[in-house]
Design a protein around this ligand. Structure first.
Ligand code: SAM
Length: 257
């Protein structure tokens, strides 16, 4: 198949979910990047309420819970991720402070202005950067924090191949300067913005996928959908290697005004 012509949105969600259940993270990131972002957040207490939206199986959530006080609710669309999330919380004896629930980031089960912190790594594109910042703000207290990672262009112009790939996956993708202005317009003070180091993509995201790909291809030998999915993931990793000067994830940390 031609991976250049396929978009991630064309794959079966259950297959994507099963594939990503086999790895610790479902998106680029690292414990170090999570902790660096957390270092900008002030005033959390044992009573703080935190939401991790699009939490996946909770790689970053468990790291947060081990380094920040308060209660964390993880929300993800996929029940299989939430089952693994809650099993991970139990394994780390965090179940009294960390709970995963199935839900959608565009229909949150919180009260207005009850959250002290909203976290979201690699997931806000599912609702849209601007829409997510605006909608999620309703649930944050004044002076509450938001910390999200989001796909961002590093340059004003890019080669066509990489432009096409990412515009298909994340139609709203834009430059760091533009994203900061969206955050400010949405009513946040920009606390910090930093680019995730390359290792967040290579060592922590693409490398662990190699083993998962072997297992998946063995299980689904001869299944064209599964083979296409793996080919797509491999193509994405090759593109990163080739074009990493042009894009990456940026952590945007804001404080509600
Ligand atoms: N935060 C995790 C991490 O960094 O490892 C997962 C990131 S993964 C790239 C994006 C996550 O968003 C997936 O777990 C996916 O199931 C979830 N997701 C997609 N659409 C969603 C929605 N509408 N509401 C909640 N979660 C959603």
């Amino acid at each position: 198949m031609s991976n250049e012509n396929k978009s991630i949105h064309e794959f079966d969600f259950n297959l994507i979910c099963e594939y990503f259940s086999g790895i610790e993270r479902q998106g680029p990131g690292s414990p170090e990047a999570t902790l660096k972002a957390l270092s900008f957040i002030e005033n959390l207490t044992d009573k703080s309420l935190i939401a991790d939206l699009g939490c996946g199986t909770g790689g970053q959530t468990m790291m947060l819970a081990q380094h920040a006080p308060g209660y964390i609710t993880g929300i993800d669309l996929f029940p299989a991720f939430i089952d693994l999330f809650n099993a991970n919380a139990c394994k780390l004896n965090l179940q009294s402070r960390v709970q995963g629930i199935v839900g959608s980031m565009d229909n949150l089960p919180f009260q207005r202005e009850e959250l002290d912190l909203i976290w979201s790594e690699g997931a806000i594109a599912n609702i849209g950067f601007e829409k997510g910042l605006n909608y999620w703000k309703e649930f944050l207290k004044t002076d509450g924090y938001i910390a999200v990672t989001y796909e961002s262009w590093f340059t004003d112009e890019r080669p066509v191949e990489i432009e096409k790939f990412w515009v298909d996956a994340v139609p709203e993708i834009d430059t760091i300067g533009h994203n900061i202005s969206i955050m400010q317009k949405a009513g946040y003070h920009l606390v910090a913005a930093f680019t995730l180091p390359e290792a967040c993509w290579t060592e922590h995201f693409y490398l662990p996928q190699r083993k998962a790909q072997e297992i998946f291809l063995k299980k689904y030998a001869g299944n064209p959908m599964a083979e296409d999915l793996i080919a797509y993931q491999q193509y994405e990793a090759q593109l990163y290697d080739k074009y990493k000067a042009y894009y990456g994830y940026v952590f945007y940390i804001g404080k509600k005004l």
